[in-house]
Design a protein around this ligand. Structure first.
Ligand code: PLP
Length: 453
């Protein structure tokens, strides 16, 4: 790389000059002066960076206006998910059903009965609208909802096991993702971890041998995001529930993914339902609101009334409490299950899409990309969100054979609406499984723009 020519650096305009360019002055006319200066500085700074990198730079009003548009975009914005991951944690996991969105908007716009018992006029519980649904849908006696499943696990361990030991299988001391590790959460909750068994095999007798005066709870963590295959053995919820009941101890099951109904979908493995864990005798079951349930972010706890009572009293419950938007969206989502509309929950519908339907949609995108080098590829989409790691959902992607796939992907991600795909062997793959029909025109337009077609 040759050193930049200093005269070229000097040729860059001053901030005052940039702000005086008529197109720029006109577009920024109503912006506060500080903000306009920031736009000009960032635009000039970027041009200087390109010059220093030895690139050939022409710099004019369109460069400034591009920086302006980018700075005006909200930080959190909509994405067309062409990554082929249904519950993509980085992309906000579960999309909500229109009924949940409508309920959320209604409650957000004004006041609500969040903590009002309208019947008596007295103070009510924000959990009340959810408890009845959760009892009916899981067979549990009682329920509580907090901010997310990680919070639900922390709360349960703190309320049931602080100052005592919790017995967990070595095969379940997992990291869920985002730094959420079961042993660390136990430490935070003030619970001493009592590991039993081995990575691949843990028997009921291992738990039995570890019981002592110090034992506060038996804990079972669902291996939601990895699999142990081969020479394996684990104690079932039913066996552990029997042992816990014998000693008057609680059995806490962290189910994570939280399917309210079985998933009957090609390519999906077995996923235990919440109801099955409750029926097998778990004292408390924790699961996420925004994984397989398909609702807003939340941590749902269901189980025996007597074991949930100390959780309700615990100060962490206040610290982890859900807001009205979560209650609104979760209640509306649970109503879909109650009304036999589980198949319409967006996550479940995306998981259930047939390979043929996704393929037809890929062909429809292909037809809109005439003149752009691409091909259709059969691929495999993932459930994601730490659910069903062995799942393999048949899917179809449009693979863009562009010379600089990373740069094209960058343009797609940073524009509006943002598009996220994945790079495979130097090509940019756009998986159609999670792309809404209504987004097809926008997706095609963004692709054409990003490849310069
Ligand atoms: C995903 C998961 C969690 C964390 O749930 P969040 O709702 O993301 O906080 C906890 N435990 C298990 C087993 C999980 O799969």
């Amino acid at each position: 790389m040759s050193p930049p020519d200093p005269s070229r650096l000097r040729s860059l305009p001053s901030i005052t000059e940039v702000l005086g360019w008529p197109e720029v002055a006109q577009r920024l006319a109503h912006e506060p002066p500080d903000f306009s200066v920031r736009v000009a500085r960032e635009a000039v700074g970027a041009a200087r960076g390109r010059l220093l990198a030895g690139q050939d730079v022409s710099f004019g009003p369109p460069d400034v206006l591009r920086v302006y548009e980018q700075l005006k975009q909200p930080g959190l914005r909509r994405v067309i998910n062409a990554a082929g991951v249904v519950l993509h944690t980085n992309l906000g996991r579960a999309p909500l059903h229109p009924k949940a969105i409508a309920r959320l908007a209604e409650v957000a716009a004004g006041y609500s009965t969040l903590e009002l018992d309208a019947e008596s006029g007295e103070r009510g519980s924000r959990y009340a609208p959810l408890v009845e649904h959760l009892r009916a849908l899981t067979g549990a006696e009682d329920a509580l909802v907090v901010n997310n499943c990680a919070g639900a696990v922390l709360l349960t361990l703190a309320a049931l096991g602080a100052g005592k030991e919790a017995i967990v299988s070595r095969g379940e001391l997992v990291e869920i993702g985002g730094g959420f590790r079961v042993p660390d959460v136990m430490r935070q909750a003030g619970v001493a971890l009592k590991e039993v068994g081995t990575t691949n095999r843990t028997r009921l007798s291992d738990y039995r041998a570890a019981l002592s005066e110090q034992t506060g709870a038996l804990v079972k963590v669902h291996r939601s995001n990895f699999a142990v295959v081969g020479f394996t053995e684990e104690a079932s919820v039913k066996e552990l529930a029997g042992l816990a009941a014998e000693r008057g101890l609680p059995l806490f099951v962290d189910l994570g993914s939280g399917a309210l109904e079985a998933l009957h979908t090609e390519g999906l493995g077995e996923e235990p339902t919440v109801r099955s864990a409750v029926a097998a005798g778990a004292s408390i079951v924790a699961f996420s609101g925004d994984k397989l349930l398909g609702g807003p972010q939340a941590g749902v706890l269901v189980g025996r009334r007597s074991w949930l009572a100390p959780l309700k009293e615990h100060p962490l419950t206040r610290a982890l409490r859900v807001d009205k938007l979560t209650v609104a969206a979760l209640e509306a989502t649970l109503e879909l299950y109650r009304d036999g509309q589980a198949d319409h929950v967006p996550v479940r519908a995306l998981l259930a899409r047939s390979a043929a339907a996704v393929h037809a949609q890929a062909k429809a995108l292909s037809a809109r990309l005439e003149g752009v080098a691409h091909r259709l590829v059969e691929t495999v989409a993932q459930v994601g969100g730490g659910c069903l790691p062995l799942s393999a959902l048949p899917s179809t992607a449009v693979a863009l054979d562009v010379p600089n796939a990373d740069a094209v992907h960058h343009r797609l991600r940073t524009g509006a609406p943002s598009v996220v795909g994945r790079i495979v062997d130097g090509a940019l793959w756009l998986d159609l499984r999670c792309v809404a029909e209504a987004d097809m025109d926008a997706l095609a337009a963004r692709v054409r723009e990003a490849v310069g077609a």
